[in-house]
Write a protein that binds this ligand. Structure first.
Ligand code: ADP
Length: 348
């Protein structure tokens, strides 16, 4: 049976360990030796600070109790050198020297681009979409996304207890650099009244107008969910000039962020808007059943494909079914933002 390898790359996310466990269990079942590569493409290239620990034989013992853990046991890293074709040739050579006949890459679109290049160098690769952002067009969900949304929902509920108690609006910043899906789903699931995302242009004045209307209609504890990357799609607003008269609110050169947006809305709406940035707690949670189930099926599909000598594929989910498609097709698809849901949330 062919020997295969597995690595995680890019940002960590809940469910990555469950996927690695599934790969290991399936490899063991089919009698395929499995190599674990730590710290993403860095580990493969001997570029990490822990070379002696980067490449090791995995077995069922290694993955025992791993599936439930958040983060990634295989560690993860970003590897800028991998953009260099010569460096990638070195990576393919190393895999061939180790007799590795196929590689499972768990990561986001950047990691998939790396895998695509390795396929072109004769290493069959299978990608499992491990990223909380849900920013891959070909699949309805990526590993970790459901967990992140559930974590954000819990956080909004907790924050709302204080909002309710003090009759005070809340601004909650969630993750999503270029993709507003986490913000959109969190706002939908929590019944938040305002959502701000990178995909849609927005203005501070319009958000203030909407918040003022909500307050005037008796809703004194509205929730505004903002994606971390949404400040890039904000219409020009000179936050420094606006907040400067209020001493201690802003330092020269500060760009718009959650705290400054909450402060601006405080003065525009005469309400104690408070900001909370949820941050990494979204990535470090126990994976949900949905993410674990997807990880289980994706690991199985990845190993079976490699066993049958098929590479250059990524695993995804559509209509509640796990499927695979070519890396090239997956990366060429463009995302469809749910604009009607966005409009609904911001108008009800
Ligand atoms: P993600 O996989 O979560 O999108 P990154 O975009 O940081 O995270 O990509 C992870 C790694 O994938 C990068 O550090 C790099 O090693 C590799 N990678 C990204 N883009 C490419 C590319 N165009 N070609 C080859 N490798 C790439």
């Amino acid at each position: 049976m062919p020997k295969i390898a597995v690595l995680t790359s890019g940002g960590d996310g809940p469910g990555m360990n469950a996927a690695v466990t599934s790969v290991a269990r399936n490899a063991a079942y089919y009698g395929m030796p499995l190599i674990g590569i730590k710290r993403g493409y860095n580990g493969l290239l001997g570029l990490s600070d822990n070379i002696e620990d980067d490449v090791f034989e995995m077995n069922l013992d290694t993955v025992l109790d791993l599936a439930d853990l958040p983060g990634t046991y295989l560690r993860t890293a970003r590897c800028t050198q991998f953009l260099d074709p010569k460096v990638r040739e070195g990576a393919a050579k190393r895999l061939k020297e180790m007799d590795v006949a196929g590689l499972v890459v768990i990561g986001g679109d950047g990691s998939f681009r790396g895998a695509q290049q390795l396929c072109r160098l004769g290493i069959p690769c299978i990608g499992i979409p491990g990223t909380i952002d849900n920013d891959l067009a070909y699949t309805e969900m990526t590993l970790g996304y459901d967990t992140a949304v559930n974590a954000d929902m819990e956080a909004v509920r907790s924050i709302r207890a204080t909002s309710r108690s003090h009759d005070r609006p809340a601004l909650v910043e969630v993750m999503g650099r270029n993709c507003g899906d986490i913000a959109l789903s969190t706002a939908e699931a929590t019944g938040s009244e305002i959502v701000i995302v990178p995909e849609m242009p927005w203005s501070v004045e319009n958000v203030a107008e909407r918040l003022n209307k909500l307050i005037a209609s008796g809703n004194t504890r509205a929730t505004i969910v903002v994606a971390e990357g949404a400040y890039a799609s904000m219409q020009p607003f000179d936050v420094y000039s606006y907040l400067k008269p209020y001493s201690g609110e802003i330092f020269e050169g500060e760009q718009m962020n959650a705290r400054l947006l909450a402060r601006t809305l405080k003065y525009m709406c005469h309400a104690e808007v408070r900001a909370t940035v949820i941050g990494y707690t979204q990535r470090g949670c126990q994976p949900t059943a949905r993410d674990c189930s997807f990880a289980f099926e994706a690991g199985n599909m990845a190993v079976v494909l490699l066993k049958n000598g098929i590479g250059n594929q990524v695993i995804g989910t559509r209509n509640n079914r796990t499927f695979h498609t070519s890396i090239d097709t997956a990366l060429s698809e463009t995302r469809n933002f749910k604009e009607s849901l966005y409009n609904l949330i911001n108008s009800l």
